[in-house]
Design a protein around this ligand. Structure first.
Ligand code: PBG
Length: 309
């Protein structure tokens, strides 16, 4: 009776990795229990999510090395892995599931950065925004429900919103990765999308300094002013203070990403007998709700939804 917060499958977004082929499942070594699936497997996961009451999937492609380039132009290919996965899910599940698509160039670049780089390797904000607009329109045409830019360039929300309106996609939402930190917790994700071996340097010129909280509020304010429908804080558990501050200040839908390194920490704890998986999963997800999240992106989403019944 006195319980203040609840967790249900409706609060979960399930991130999935797509790979080429048919009938392919590739386990990701640094994310035990998580696999890359070929498009047919992704459709099976989508049906599983619908049955579990999970309202939304987040898709990330593992682009073949020969399709990666300096400028990441595969992101604009209407038949790229991402677009094929979106279409297949929408054909199979229609409006029963939302498809949230990642906008950033790192799964498509030969250098693993989220944007275009100059000769010194510095990521170019405005030139990158033009590519991100093209990538967003490409995903929108394939049937994406929510465009989710994870690149952290400035000004991209306004540019993407204007382009979507211009093409008649006025009902497509934008969930902005607004406060995304240059974190050490992303390692297994980079393995999963195949960019870890390619990445030189770091992403500190565009992702946020973990020391900063006020800057997160400025980033969120800009993205909301530019037309974001919801905002995300990332990583998750180490940044719940940011979630709370954003929710209190802006009163908009707020999401957090329990990222790959956080998932891997729980699995590592379970492996050495330091904790109970089910209890750790449910406690951490409930903590996001208590901090103010409307929903959480988590690789444990399907497992949690099963536990929640
Ligand atoms: C990059 C991107 C990253 C994640 C989502 N989109 C990694 C990065 O910024 O290098 C991380 C997600 C995770 O660790 O689970 N556009």
């Amino acid at each position: 009776m006195h319980r203040e917060n609840t967790l249900t499958p409706a609060n979960l977004i399930w991130p999935l990795f797509v790979t080429e082929g048919t009938g392919v499942e590739e386990p990701v070594a640094s994310l035990p229990g998580v696999s890359r699936w070929s498009v047919d497997g992704i459709v099976a996961r989508a049906k599983e999510a619908v049955a579990l009451g999970i309202p939304c999937l987040a898709l990330f492609p593992n682009t073949q090395p020969e399709r990666r380039s300096e400028d990441g132009r595969e992101a604009l290919n209407p038949d790229n892995l991402m677009c094929r996965a979106i279409r297949a899910i929408k054909d199979a599940c229609g409006e029963d599931i939302g498809v949230l698509t990642d906008v950033a160039l790192d799964p498509y670049t030969s250098h693993g950065q989220d944007g275009l780089i100059d000769a010194a390797g510095y990521v170019l904000n405005d030139a990158t925004v033009e590519m991100l607009v093209g990538q967003s329109l490409n995903q929108a045409a394939a049937g994406a429900d929510i465009i989710a830019p994870s690149d952290m360039m400035d000004g991209r929300i306004a540019a993407i919103r204007a382009a979507l309106e211009g093409e008649g996609h006025s009902n497509i939402q934008i969930m902005s990765y607004a406060a995304k930190y240059a974190s050490a917790f992303y390692g297994p994700f980079r393995d999963a999308v195949g960019s870890s071996g390619l990445l030189k340097g770091n992403k500190k010129t565009y992702q946020m300094d973990p020391a900063n909280a006020e800057e997160a509020l400025r980033e969120v304010a800009m993205d909301l002013a530019e037309g974001a429908d919801s905002v995300m804080v990332k990583p998750g558990l180490p940044y719940l203070d940011i979630v709370r501050a954003v929710k209190q200040r802006f009163e908009v839908p707020v999401f957090a990403y329990q990222v790959s390194g956080e998932y891997a920490m729980i699995e590592a704890a379970v492996t050495v007998g330091a904790g109970d998986r089910d209890a750790l999963v449910l406690e951490t997800l409930l903590a996001f709700r208590r901090a103010g999240c409307n929903g959480v992106l988590s690789y444990h989403a399907a497992h949690a939804a099963r536990l929640l019944g």
